[in-house]
Write a protein that binds this ligand. Sequence first.
Ligand SMILES: Cc1cc2nc3c(=O)[nH]c(=O)nc-3n(C[C@H](O)[C@H](O)[C@H](O)COP(=O)(O)OP(=O)(O)OC[C@H]3O[C@@H](n4cnc5c(N)ncnc54)[C@H](O)[C@@H]3O)c2cc1C
Length: 402
Amino acid sequence: MNIIIIGAGHAGGTVAALLRQNGFKGGITLIGEEPHAPYQRPPLSKGWLKGQVAGDGLLLRPRDWYDENGIALKTSTRVVRIEPASRTVVLSTGESLSYDKLVLATGARARKLVLPGSDLKGFLELRTIEDAEALKAWFKPGFRLAIIGGGYVGLEVAASARLLGAEVRVIEREDRLLARVGGPVLSSFFRQVHEDHGVEFRFGVTVEGFEGLDGQVSGVRLAGGELVPCDAVLVGIGAIPNDDLARDSLLVCDDGVVVDGHARTSDPNIFAVGDMTRRPMPLYGRSVRLESVPNALEQGRQAAAAICGTAEPKPETPWFWSDQYDHKLQIAGMIFDVDQTVMRGDPASGKFAVFHLSGARIQAVEAVNAPPEFMMGRQWLASRREIDPGRLEDVSIPIREV
Ligand SMILES: Cc1cc2nc3c(=O)[nH]c(=O)nc-3n(C[C@H](O)[C@H](O)[C@H](O)COP(=O)(O)OP(=O)(O)OC[C@H]3O[C@@H](n4cnc5c(N)ncnc54)[C@H](O)[C@@H]3O)c2cc1C
């Protein structure tokens, strides 16, 4: 049996490794358009940007590992077409390869901002090692960075840039930070943290365009007339799934390739994993598209088990993390169908957790510098255990005894 994996990122690299771990003896070809072996993206906005992680430290596995494990890794190679009827993929080189099972792991790409002036020099995005290198090359004391978007990537870069001495202004369309992923307490906490580190914010504003000087961006023009001065602009306004190949192959898609709980698409010979998928989330009775490493790993396990016919992995609860300055944010679950919010601890102390409940059951926990609360919240989320909100907010009761 021959397996082709399209996309040599976190999810694709994981599937390749797990297939071998599960004892799969057939051919595995892992095809990626980037020039690198699979690597981790989270450090690109954190440790790597600050110079704390060296180049090879990003790799999921050393480059030689693929040869040693009989995995044909083709980098700098793009798949341009899938032909499901003949079970063939066509590469940018013109070569055709045939498969028995195909795994799509093409990830997502940064959403672009197309406005007057966005063709000037000095626009940056952050998805790849090359993007991170371009960004880092700008950082020096006094350098003025405008960041459009107050989500995870924008805020992590803001923190790294401040530590390296840049002036940072973040422009956010909503009236608070992290609006897509977190609740208002979290937003206020991180706003304060960033302001204490000298980041300036503009909230509830629309970007109308960009001004330039000698072809180089020099300012962001906001609706209302304000010009935010800058030497470069980082656009961090979310990612869109790379589901074009899947749509062209007539797989069912809905903002991502639709998969089941075994990472199967609507074609029985094609699986899909990672940021490019829309997956069922039985815990919340809906389907979601997640962009996170834990999701890439979980779906990697699902696909490898389904292909090898080994035991189904246990369903997991979704979780996320972010590091900004010396604060660690961990979120388990998602804020759906919440009717009650319970605070445990005081944000002013820098250590707290916000529990979101539906009735007496936890739907999500946002923990800041509070790993025990995160761990317990995750367990309760999985067990669907009922919790007494009064005991939960009482910090004199250790979290394990709540
Ligand atoms: C700056 C940054 C910080 C992040 N921080 C965190 C974090 O703290 N925690 C967390 O959980 N997650 C974080 N993430 C998200 C996490 O990195 C992604 O969820 C994860 O990389 C998803 O893996 P993936 O394999 O689905 O996609 P990707 O890692 O994007 O890999 C997809 C690969 O497929 C390739 N590809 C696409 N189309 C083709 C084609 N036609 N032919 C060949 N190759 C193709 C792409 O070039 C890419 O290399 C961060 C992401 C970024 C960008």
